[in-house]
Each structure stands twice: as C-alpha cells, then as structure tokens.
Design a protein around this ligand. Structure first.
Ligand SMILES: [Zn+2]
Ligand SMILES: [Zn+2]
Length: 267
C-alpha cells in the first residue's frame, strides 16, 4: 500500500549504495512502489558536483530498467522518476532534456535561491550573508514561479529552507506566499510530498510542517510519500511517522504515478 517516490542513486555523486540494495530495502519494508528520482543533469555546468553528468543520463535510464527487470514478480513496482530544479531563465534546457523521456513522474524542487544552494552543508556560511528572511521569501516566490511555469507532478520538500534550523521571523508571511503556490498546484493536480529526510537533518522534522500540509490539502493537492534516500537503509525510513502526519492533516490516501497517471493508494 506504500510508495516511496523519492530516492536517489550514486550517479548524483552524493548518494551511496547499489540500486539493487535500495530495491532490497523496499522489498523488506513491504513497499508496493519504489520510485527512483535522481537529480536531473542540467543545466550545463550548473552545480555540477551535486548531480549526474549529462553523459550519465543513459546510464541512469539503464539503472532503472535493470531494477525493473530485477523486481519483476517481487511485488515491488519500480518507477522511473526525476527530481527537477527551478533555475530561472534556463528551463528551456530542461524541457529539451526531458521531453522524450518516459518518466512515470517528475518532482519539482527548489534547491537554489539565485546561486545559493541553501540546502548544501558546504554553503551553510552563506545563510547569514544572504539573510534568512530573504531566503524564505525568495524560496516561496520561486516555488510559485515553478508551479506556474513548468509541468511536474509532485512538489518536493515544500519547506526545505528549515533544514539547518533557520526560521523566518514572520512565518505567516511565508505561509501566505506558499498558499498561492499550493492553491495553484492544487488546480493543476500537483501532489505534495511528505518527505521524511528532514528527520535525519539538523531540523529533525519532516517536510512540510503540519500547517503547510493542511494548507496543501485544503488547496486540493493530493499526497505522496518520499524518503529522499541517499543511502539504501533510508528507503521508506520513518514512513510510520509520515503516515501519522498525513492523517493529522486529513489525508486518507496517497498517490503513486505510472506514466504520469496517478494511482490512488488508500491508507
Ligand atoms: Zn531535493
Ligand atoms: Zn532528493
């Protein structure tokens, strides 16, 4: 009944383990779907050390196809996903890269405010320089732009700037701006994910907060679950807590996607 739609592979250069080890954890934890959703290799040269090289893309496809064969008959279905970024002015490069790929789903995530990779531990010193409130404000604006201007299925870790414990001085202001993004996403059928990775980060909380998740539900957004595993043992990590959070927000089902069509999984 469960789908983990947010996992990575070693191709992105900041994950470890073999793809089949991710699959074995999925099997052991009783998942119905395991979605592989690595970071897209673009735009050319952009933050290149944190993503697969463009030349690795065929290998990524081959990894997922190999896993599909291995998982056949196991009860776990392997899904071919991708995690996209929003980089203003360079989305044509993305569109070109992915237009012919038969993804089961696309996750849309904001990891950058300007050139600042605010969730990268190596750049944590930039936070004070750029300004905590400024990052939160720009983040919500960028998410609005992403939803408005690009075609994707799942909004990734919707309050990621809290990762290291930075909080906006006026949380209501952030929520107001995010509400715009969530309402628009609801109209477009975009799902919100509960991403358990935050529990393993300094903030020790899932993304998003209960408040944001309730707003997403009120906005008509369906739900997905994701571990954001960068290591095999993290597949489906803390999904019991994720389920509690989902129920608290009023959700009674989650989605998987096959060839970009939603499949409803009640819980
Ligand atoms: Zn991400
Ligand atoms: Zn991710």
């Amino acid at each position: 009944m469960f789908a983990d739609l947010h996992t990575h592979t070693a191709l992105c250069r900041h994950a470890d383990g073999k793809p089949e080890e991710y699959f074995r954890t999925a099997l052991a934890r009783g998942l119905q779907y395991l979605g592989v959703s690595d970071h897209i290799p673009w735009p050319e040269g952009y933050d290149a050390e944190c993503r697969m090289a463009p030349a690795s893309f065929p290998e990524y496809r081959a990894v997922v196809n190999g896993l599909r064969r291995e998982a056949e008959g196991s009860g776990v279905k392997i899904l071919y996903g991708i995690e996209l970024d929003w980089v203003p002015g360079r989305m044509d490069e993305v569109a070109r890269e992915i237009e012919n790929e038969k993804f089961d789903y696309r996750i849309g995530s904001v990891h950058y405010v300007g050139d600042f990779a605010f969730d990268n531990p190596a750049e944590i010193g930039q936070w004070e320089k750029i300004g905590v409130d400024n990052v939160w404000e720009r983040y919500a604006e960028l998410m609005c732009d992403f939803v408005q201007n690009f075609d994707f299925d799942i909004m990734g870790h919707a309050d990621l700037p809290k990762k290291f414990g930075h909080r906006p001085s006026d949380p209501a202001k952030f929520l107001r701006k995010m509400r715009e993004a969530l309402e628009l996403a609801g109209k477009r059928g975009i799902a919100i994910e509960i991403n358990t990775c935050g529990l393993r980060k300094p903030v020790r909380e899932m993304y998003p907060s209960l408040e944001l998740l309730k707003t997403a539900r009120e906005s008509g957004m369906p739900l997905t679950f994701g571990s954001d595993a960068h290591s095999p043992s993290d597949v489906a990590a803390d999904f019991a807590s994720a389920l509690e959070l989902a129920r608290a927000a009023g959700y009674r089902s989650a989605l998987a996607f096959e060839q970009r069509k939603p499949v409803e999984l009640p819980f």
